[in-house]
Write a protein that binds this ligand. Structure first.
Ligand code: GLU
Length: 472
């Protein structure tokens, strides 16, 4: 790192799809690197692919970053910078470092196949490298289809990657790279160089899939006399079987995680650990702690496995940390309209879920007692009559508790003291089923505390009726 230069990094997504978790990880690493070094974080929308770029994807990107809390200091959009790229394309064209190529796609494909069958790495053969000016003009005037290629000199490109150490490329295996469709339509490898230079980016941190673009970009940087930034290529994100992360295995859009009820701080924590770990053995770290300890040279070289179990575990620990009011607000959109969790209800589920979307099935019975089979009231195959009897005894006790004292702790203490330890299930099972209508639910005392005296009594009376043993 050059001490004199203020750190400036960028996240440069293409808005051709929903923000991918891998790209969110790249954004996060850049953001953390900027914060850790007192630098600037640039968001640059790389929408040179006009056919595939869509405003809704740009919106998805900005919303995703905002959700994660990754604010940007500067914002650029490549489609608004065409004139700038044109100026540099013309410059290199004038210097003969870029040239017009009129080769037809199918011709190129035939050449490619031929090289492959000879066991050679395919590259552009340079057919149009030395066309004379007259010829080029004639073809352009005629309207022949063309692209612009950058002349790759035969040399060795070496750079020190912040993550992977020294990397070198022999450029003789690369063909002249296409940098634009025409003067007004630059392609990724060209626009990225111009912007990184003009935005004064000091460190380019991006996914490993871009590593083969780096030598091309360095050659263009050199041709334009720009300063070469530092590079850091982050490891690929992998499925558990170590193939590249795919939808086959998990959701890949960040939005899906947000919608499913993952909390942003849990997601940030998880993404930060996809390819990086602090010195100490810790799993739960908030963003400030991560920024404090972050050192990109400690990022791993090998692929980072996306472990959904770990994300679920992290998310459940972040959910447990929410206070009840925050929890109620966060779960609102996952439960039916008109339902309003009380703090007591929230308390019964907050520690039981891995993601907020699970809350609905756990709290529904508070609002609508489900239809259930009276058989469910039977404890361990015993007689229904016993269940009815125990519920009736419980009712008597509940009726005796004053409304204002009807709370979980008191009910638990007093009712348990009346029940013989070895046969508590005889009472607690049918009472819990009566209160929830479900085979699994929070415990009976938690439920009674949450729904109150009147509703608890009504539900238990209903259950006794269901057994058909009214005369006990
Ligand atoms: N637009 C490229 C992408 O989305 C950016 C790559 C880079 O960071 O240079 O993959």
């Amino acid at each position: 790192m050059t001490a004199s230069k203020k750190v400036k990094v960028r996240f440069a997504p293409s808005p051709t799809g929903l923000l991918h978790v891998g790209n969110a990880r790249t954004a996060l690493f850049n953001w953390i690197f900027a914060r850790a070094n007192g630098g600037t974080f640039v968001l640059r929308i790389e929408d040179t692919d006009t056919a595939r770029s869509k405003p809704e994807f740009e919106k998805d990107i900005t919303e995703g970053l905002e959700w994660l809390g990754l604010g940007w200091d500067e914002y650029y959009k490549q489609s608004e910078r065409t004139d700038i790229y044109r100026e540099y394309l013309e410059k290199l064209l004038g210097e003969g470092r870029i040239y017009y190529c009129f080769c037809a796609k199918d011709e190129l494909e035939i050449q490619r196949q031929a090289m492959l069958t000879q066991g050679l790495a395919p590259k552009y053969m340079g057919t149009c490298r030395n066309l004379d000016k007259e010829e080029v003009k004639k073809r352009l005037d005629r309207g022949d289809e063309h692209v612009l290629r950058f002349r790759i000199p035969e040399t060795k490109i070496e750079f020190k990657d912040m993550v992977r150490g020294r990397i070198s490329f022999d450029t003789s295996i690369m063909g002249d790279v296409v940098v634009a469709r025409d003067l007004d339509n630059p392609l990724y490898n060209f626009a990225v160089v111009i912007d990184d230079a003009l935005n004064e980016i000091t460190h380019v941190i991006r996914g490993e899939d871009h590593i083969s673009n780096t030598p091309k970009q360095i050659l263009i940087i050199n041709a334009l006399g720009f300063r070469v930034p530092e590079f850091g290529h982050l490891p690929l994100i992998l499925n558990p079987d170590r193939s590249k992360l795919s939808k086959r295995f998990t959701d890949t859009a960040l939005r899906d995680y947000k919608d499913d009820g993952y909390l942003a701080p849990a997601m940030v924590n998880f993404l930060a650990f996809l390819g990086w770990h602090p010195k100490e053995n810790k799993d739960v770290m908030n963003i400030d702690e991560i920024v404090k300890e972050f050192d990109i040279t400690r990022a791993q070289k090998g692929g980072a496995v996306f472990d959904i179990e770990k994300l679920n575990w992290l998310n459940s620990s972040y959910i447990k940390e929410l206070d009840l009011e925050e929890f109620i607000k966060a779960t609102e959109k996952y439960i039916s309209k008109g339902w309003k969790l009380t703090p007591a209800m929230a308390e019964t589920v907050r520690g039981r879920i891995e993601k907020l979307s699970e809350v609905k099935n756990l709290v529904d019975f508070y609002f609508e007692l489900p239809e259930y089979d009276p058989e469910l009231l039977r404890w361990r195959g015993g007689p229904l009559k016993d269940s009815a009897l125990h519920m009736k005894e419980t009712l008597e006790f509940l009726r005796s508790v004053p409304e204002e004292e009807f709370a979980q702790a008191k009910l638990e203490k007093e009712l348990l003291s009346k029940l013989p330890k070895e046969s508590r299930g005889d009472t607690l099972w049918p009472v819990r089923v009566a209160l929830s209508g479900k085979s699994a639910s929070p415990g009976p005392f938690e439920i009674m505390g949450a729904i109150g005296k009147k509703e608890s009594i009504t539900r238990i009376e209903e259950a006794i009726k269901k057994t058909g043993m009214l005369d006990i």
